[in-house]
Ligand binder design. Sequence first.
Ligand code: DX5
Ligand code: ZN
Length: 224
Amino acid sequence: MIDMPAPKDILIAPSLLSADFAFLGDEVKKLEAGNADWLHFDVMDGRFVPNLSIGIPVLKSLRKVTRLPIDVHLMIVEPDNLLEAFAKAGADTLTVQAEACTHLHRTLQKIHALGCRAGVSLNPHTPIDLLEYVIDLVDFVLVMTVNPGFGGQSYIDACTPKIAHLRNHYPSLNIEVDGGIKLDTIEQAAKAGANIFVSGSGVFSSPDYAQAIGDMRRSAQGCL
Ligand code: DX5
Ligand code: ZN
């Protein structure tokens, strides 16, 4: 199982959704050279979200070419059915959408039993209260700062107080944010208390991934 960061450690997790899939291995090498901390791997099913993306065979191939932790974000209904397959394919973390889990407690137990870190993702409208009785089983919470389904959307400002609320409630929790994170939005999420930053278009739209990752990291660290 991978080590989790301390809540004051800043991690940058580029989202592969914005990568050039024809050259995925090369893209990953560039992210490694650019000091990415985690690789964020977005799985979409056309049901939980109105889009399809990548899944188990791609994860399996990727696992062979990188030692970076692979952070698997499952934007799918009934995730329990596929947890084992994703774990076997090489996931280090498995994040489920709280809205897709009828038995969230059981799902989190299952993720741990598979040897993965467990994340719970909350859509922008989902309150943090539902974490209260499962928090001991949660390695990190993913606060969605866009409605999931597509890369390149704009950060929803109303999510910033939610990050702060979560940080106040759980001072030692790892808080990941995902959606519209780039140089001009990372500060507000970091100030509110997030410490793991997913960024798709914010990294891949730059000609220099190392610089984009470094700039975002410095900007978040400056908020501590
Ligand atoms: C959105 C995905 C994100 C997405 C982020 O549904 O969960 O991980 O790739 O992309 P950007 O950073 O471009 O908003
Ligand atoms: Zn994601």
